[in-house]
Design a protein around this ligand. Structure first.
Ligand SMILES: *[C@@H]1O[C@H](CO)[C@@H](O)[C@H](O)[C@H]1NC(C)=O
Ligand SMILES: *[C@@H]1O[C@H](CO)[C@@H](O)[C@H](O)[C@H]1NC(C)=O
Ligand SMILES: *[C@@H]1O[C@H](CO)[C@@H](O)[C@H](O)[C@H]1NC(C)=O
Ligand SMILES: *[C@@H]1O[C@H](CO)[C@@H](O)[C@H](O)[C@H]1NC(C)=O
Ligand SMILES: *[C@@H]1O[C@H](CO)[C@@H](O)[C@H](O)[C@H]1NC(C)=O
Ligand SMILES: *[C@@H]1O[C@H](CO)[C@@H](O)[C@H](O)[C@H]1NC(C)=O
Ligand SMILES: *[C@@H]1O[C@H](CO)[C@@H](O)[C@H](O)[C@H]1NC(C)=O
Length: 379
């Protein structure tokens, strides 16, 4: 256990940091009180799992004894040479596939309180999360986290008992990134498999292998060398990345995602609304194109105040709005599960239809149509 490993070191060195107003309740694990402080928001996942079947089990996860975050630190003590660590655990049931927006709302409230207060002395945060829906919880936090400090999501694809688990390395790299000033002013990041990507654009692309989180079109922001982050470019935020204040929010309005395909059943739109959806995301073929009959239903819902946002079904690229405003909105280069969260947050913030259209379309409109605002141009 970590406590037995550290019990002597911590107490002998007297480095248990005194709690300030913003980290009250946090217990710092530390061997050097000069190092940056990094909080671990732990929502479980494969990184905290173990199999008792064999050292090659990365599929069935026989129920071994799961390590705790403190066990991971105890087994990779090098991590305490880059940061002081504190752990906040968030309950999850049913793994990350069972998670919902309550989880990100809770994590972001902690992160804003503990990191974004003016005199907070915490350098950054990492989040452990099951990889199945990591991109959703991370995106929710990213949209609602109000300061420039690093928020780095990580996890693992192999149980900790695998013959070469990816968890310890991902953990080390995420902490090094969260402790590094070079990670600031970029929005939330994912540290995984030796690479750094933007949460805003990243998605899980492989169901089984460690090289799974990628931003296909936007690429990697950096790589890890000897555990330290190396960024290819200086800091910048993703284009059009919005911010929502959810400090008082506990429940978000329902928004569901439908997958467009040949022979799509348009009645699913009505069914979703009848079940309480306040907005819909539809994945449209090609550049987010909907069938004419689906467009007609979307127009009817638009007139009733239910926004319908089209997202491109291909793995990369984007739907593009027409020059004139339409009754279907087009998301600018974000995926369906991310667009769903943006729409929930926009509706929750009381945005009207024009504001919701702007939320999704203004990045593309500004880039494509603004330069020709005073010309007659046909695309
Ligand atoms: C503690 O960390 C500081 C800052 O990185 C470093 O200068 C110092 O040498 C470290 N002390 C020990 C005992 O390692
Ligand atoms: C694995 O753990 C489970 C639950 O503790 C136990 O029932 C099972 O016998 C174990 N399997 C092996 C192969 O050790
Ligand atoms: C290493 O991890 C195992 C669980 O995977 C745990 O039982 C053990 O206590 C850890 N070692 C230390 C020193 O924390
Ligand atoms: C939020 O997480 C904290 C820390 O784990 C927990 O104590 C609290 O019950 C959670 N709140 C909600 C509303 O889930
Ligand atoms: C999310 O899941 C938790 C249990 O894991 C449940 O208590 C909560 O009501 C759910 N929230 C929503 C918005 O469904
Ligand atoms: C913080 O919130 C303000 C509005 O309250 C917003 O203008 C600003 O962009 C936010 N900062 C970040 C880093 O999200
Ligand atoms: C949250 O609610 C409290 C108490 O009602 C209020 O004082 C505060 O201004 C609200 N904050 C935000 C950001 O809405």
């Amino acid at each position: 256990m970590l406590s037995s490993f550290l019990g002597g070191a911590v107490l002998a060195l007297g480095t248990l940091a005194s709690a300030s107003r913003f980290d009250s309740g946090l217990e710092w694990i530390s061997t050097n009180s000069s190092l940056p402080k990094v909080v671990i928001y732990s929502a479980g996942g494969t990184i905290l799992s173990a199999s008792n079947y064999s050292r090659i089990d990365n599929i069935n996860y026989g129920s071994g004894v799961s390590p705790t975050p403190a066990d991971l630190i105890g087994n990779a003590t090098e991590i305490l040479n880059v940061a002081q660590l504190a752990i906040v655990r968030f309950a999850t049931s049913g793994g990350s596939s069972g998670a919902n927006s309550s989880l990100f709302l809770n994590i972001t409230q902690y992160a804003n309180r503990q990191l974004c207060a003016e005199d907070s002395d915490i350098a950054g945060a990492i989040m452990f999360h099951g990889t199945n829906t990591l991109e959703e919880t991370a995106f929710g936090v990213d949209m609602t986290f109000n300061c420039s400090k690093p928020f780095i999501a990580t996890g693992s694809m192999r149980p900790n008992t695998y013959m070469s688990p990816d968890g310890p390395s991902n953990f080390y790299q995420a902490v090094a990134a969260a402790a590094s000033p070079s990670s600031r002013d970029r929005g939330g990041l994912i540290a995984f498999n030796d690479r750094i990507t933007s949460i805003y654009y990243s998605t899980k692309l492989n169901a089984n292998t460690p090289d799974t989180f990628k931003a296909l079109e936007q690429g990697n922001l950096g790589a890890f060398l000897a555990g330290q982050p190396y960024y290819f470019f200086g800091p910048s935020y993703p284009t059009g990345r919005p911010y929502f204040d959810v400090r008082n929010t506990t429940v978000l309005p329902s928004v569901i995602i439908l997958y467009g395909h040949q022979g799509f059943d348009d009645s699913l739109l009505y069914a979703a609304v009848a079940n309480g959806a306040k907005g819909l995301i539809i994945m449209g073929a090609g550049a987010a194109q909907l069938r004419p009959s689906t467009q007609a239903v979307a127009a009817e819902l638009f007139s009733k105040g239910i926004p319908v946002v089209a997202v491109a079904r291909p793995a990369s690229g984007t739907g593009v709005p027409r020059p004139q405003s339409g009754s279907v909105f087009f998301a600018s280069y974000i995926g369906a599960e991310q667009a769903r969260i943006v729409l929930q947050l926009g509706i929750n913030a009381g945005y009207d239809m024009d504001q919701i259209r702007d939320l999704f379309e203004s990045p593309l409109r500004n880039a494509i149509y603004e330069p020709y605002a005073n010309q007659e141009i046909y695309f």
